[in-house]
Design a protein around this ligand. Structure first.
Ligand SMILES: [Zn+2]
Length: 122
């Protein structure tokens, strides 16, 4: 049985809340790393911990960015749900496999279109 719009909405909202909480904890960690870096002397090039922190900072920034994109995708899915377009491939208009939506509730494209990908489009 397909989930109802209400169930889908609840799933998306829960996913959105989880992602926002993740952004919060990543941001807190990022701030701690930035503070720790700022505490260090100017010659942290010679400090092995300094470069570890720099790597961690880069990873945290990337994770926060990915999570923000995810929130936008979820917002987009909620909007499509409101317009009755949810679960329809943005590219070819066919219904998206419900199993795919279960794993990726904010999926915009069917598996065929997603696998083809924007870089491999003719
Ligand atoms: Zn498609």
């Amino acid at each position: 049985m397909n989930p109802t719009d209400e169930q889908l909405r609840a799933t998306l909202i829960a996913e959105r809340a989880r992602t926002l909480a993740l952004i919060d904890s990543l941001s807190a960690r990022l701030k701690a790393v930035i503070d720790a870096t700022a505490d260090q002397a100017a010659d942290d090039e010679h400090d092995p911990e300094g470069s570890t922190l720099a790597v961690e900072r880069g990873e945290l920034v990337a994770q926060v960015e990915r999570s923000r994109v995810r929130v936008e995708e979820i917002d987009g899915a909620l909007e499509r749900l409101g317009h009755g377009n949810y679960g329809r491939c943005e590219n070819c208009g066919k219904p998206i496999d419900p199993e795919r939506l279960e794993v990726l509730p904010a999926a915009r494209q069917c598996i065929d279109c997603a696998m083809r990908g924007p870089t491999r489009r003719w």
